[in-house]
Design a protein around this ligand. Sequence first.
Ligand code: ADP
Ligand code: ASP
Ligand code: MG
Length: 469
Amino acid sequence: MNIIMKFGGTSVGDGQRIVNVAEIVRRQVQRGDRVTVVVSAMAGVTDTLIKAAQSAAAGDNASFRQTKHALLQRHVQAIGTAVTQSEAWGKLGTGIESQLDNFENLCQSIHVLGELTPRALDLVSSLGERFSTQILAATLRERGQPAEAIMATEIILTDDHFGSASPDMEQTRLRTCERLLPLLDQGVVPVVTGFMGATRSGAITTLGRGGSDYSAAIIGACLDADEIWIWTDVNGVMTADPRVVPEAQTLPEISYGEAAELAYYGAKVIHPKTILPAVERGIPIRILNTFNPDHEGTRIVHEARPNGRIVKAITSIKNLSLVTVEGRGMLGVPGVAAKVFSAVAREGINVLMISQSSSEQSICFMVETRSAERAVNALTKEFELELARRNIDRIHADDGLVIVSVVGAGMKTTPGIAAKVFGALGRNEINVLSIAQGSSEHNLSLVVTEADATEAVKSIHAEFELSRS
Ligand code: ADP
Ligand code: ASP
Ligand code: MG
């Protein structure tokens, strides 16, 4: 079998875990499979890098230096555990130290300029993957498994949409085959950096937070893999985030459509963009647990075998705001909605859900809180005239909100689902601020306050008896 194995940040969180991952890879190769590995940065490293660059831009001239030392120490410690041959050890440590020197210089420049461009941010935030890949490749080699660290910049060609770049699949396919197939033919395991790519001119880009899953799917599609295995820290895709609902159960099989919906509506276990390259080539995805490798996990396939349930899982997305454009005079004015959404789109702001409010004299939609102020400003400008004429009374954002989604195939055609959801929330005295308009076949979404979110997920999970296996 031709398999892509992607390992997330927690799975390579320290030296011992990297050794564990190397063992999982080695065992698979020994079974005769062709394995390509994709790795994330060690847990927390990407966040740390981004924070350092942001604080440098904001005028802080000290934190990035501390970050450099902390990251050096953390990676050297991991190398010390995972790689024992002193020669390999020394070379790796020196290499990482010199890359961290570059990081320090870059942060110094960001500090002087007082500005962090998306391009500079990608250069900084992709560093963690460059380190983890080298350490894992060395760990494999030391265990007798030939392996080579590969920078995805060599194979994944993207546009220059820094921070959430898209691949040029045709070019990426050519480059990936040319670079990786000879290694695989020689029995060498390619260990590729997740999360990143490069533009035609060689500038480093990133694919979006959590994007290493997407990297694995891109490479899987290019190599016509038989399966894409996403190794993480839980037993597959579950009926809810086990951190919110400890009794959540693993879903043994779900469809691509359900997985996409779950991912889009907040199940962090898989990045939403991962599904598309896999669907296009019909490649099954598996979600597996590095800390419990014998568990079957979840299979994501074209058509999932029915498990007798319509509702499969409950998800949530936090840190959201509801933007409202309201005014009595809006009713008769044509094109208001079109103007609202094009103004928001021009700002590059993602609308997560368009919602229905009790009155018809308003348009409401959900965005991430970090873009709420920008959305309100853009709309205030767009509707300057209507505001002056009082056709529109107010444009405002309410923060501290959460979208809770109930996901499963065939929900729309099954009567009574919404009644059960609202019944459960009502009994628990949870106020629903808004519901989704025109939600897809696969889900029902509603908005609650941050304070009610956990209880909302738990009570809907219980209502549909999702912890019953
Ligand atoms: P990785 O670093 O391996 O990519 P992530 O942290 O990105 O891992 O994703 C795994 C996490 O996703 C889990 O630890 C879990 O808390 C969270 N999660 C959210 N929703 C779900 C769900 N429905 N099923 C499984 N895990 C979920
Ligand atoms: N390291 C990157 C991030 O934290 C990518 C990933 O983990 O998938 O966003
Ligand atoms: Mg992830």
